[in-house]
Write a protein that binds this ligand. Structure first.
Ligand code: DHB
Ligand code: FE
Length: 279
């Protein structure tokens, strides 16, 4: 049977990809940020997942504003990255697991999550950068990856409560997959940040730390907030943090917190890494 062995969270700041490409990860500005990934990297080397399900938001590379699915699942055996601006150099393509994706899609629809299924999907920095931070760059990636895109870009955006429920449905979907597959769920985005407008640059460290704490140990806490309240506290892009709840919902209630790291500011963002063990 498939087994969810753990969950990880990571911000997906675009500039992280350039820092990796340019060999800057040990420079003073970046070192504290990348040091936060070391325990997660070590855990992944030991846990050896076969597949990482990456919960992220597309920022306009695959879906433009004329067509935005609320939830979209990649159902392909290959996913390409492409030039999306930011100066980012496209990575090698990622190998998917279409058979597992279709199983998840079937189960999610049966559980009343009527997701969009994508047999072609370009993956952007929201997907690529957390994998690069956790595995380093590769011409052949050492793990399969499945994209699960959540709309956090164009209103209406799903609620924190809905994302937690999606995670629980994803957990059930994986429990019923007959192959022996070791799965890690990676929730990307957040924490507080806003990239444009009058409040560009806002970061709320206190709210970020409370979100990290509660998502790890008491995720229902986050569902008390409307999206407007989250955006007021955490900024317009701070709403990306709801994607961590998809990861959290897929894990057991008592999953153990193995690692927690917060660093702000990095680029425009309060950045958090969580590693939860689900065994
Ligand atoms: C940054 C953060 C993001 O979530 C993103 O998608 C792009 C850039 C940043 O902090 O610069
Ligand atoms: Fe983003």
């Amino acid at each position: 049977m498939a087994k969810i062995i753990g969950g990880i969270t990571s911000s997906h700041i675009a500039a992280v990809g350039n820092a990796i490409s340019q060999g800057l990860t040990q420079e003073p500005y970046w070192k504290r940020f990348f040091d936060g990934y070391e325990p997660a990297k070590t855990w992944l080397q030991q846990a050896k997942p076969d597949v990482v399900i990456v919960v992220y938001n597309d920022h306009g590379l695959n879906f433009f504003l004329d067509k935005v699915p609320t939830f979209a699942l990649g159902c392909a055996d290959i996913y390409e990255n492409a030039d999306e601006g930011w100066g980012l150099k496209p990575t090698a393509p990622f190998t998917g697991d279409a058979q597992l994706s279709w199983h998840i899609a079937q189960s999610l629809v049966e559980q009343e999550f009527d997701i969009c299924t994508c047999q072609e999907m370009k993956v952007d920095h929201g997907f690529v950068n957390p994998i690069r931070a956790l595995y380093g760059d590769h011409e052949q990636w050492p793990v399969k990856a499945i994209p699960l895109a959540v709309n956090t870009v164009q209103h209406p955006v799903p609620s924190a409560a809905r994302c937690l429920k999606l995670g629980r449905a994803l957990g059930k979907a994986l429990e019923s997959y007959p192959e022996d597959t070791r799965v890690v769920i990676l929730g990307t985005g957040g924490l507080s940040h806003q990239l444009q407008g009058e409040r560009a640059g806002i970061i709320d460290v206190e709210f970020d730390l409370e979100c990290m704490d509660k998502i790890a140990t008491e995720p229902e806490w986050m569902t008390q907030f409307s999206n407007a309240e989250i955006i007021r506290r955490a900024g317009s892009e701070g709403i990306e943090t709801i994607m961590w709840l998809v990861m959290r919902g897929a894990l057991k209630d008592d999953a153990a917190v193995l690692h927690k790291h917060y660093h702000a500011p990095i680029s425009n963002t309060g950045a958090g890494v969580l590693v939860l063990d689900n065994q």
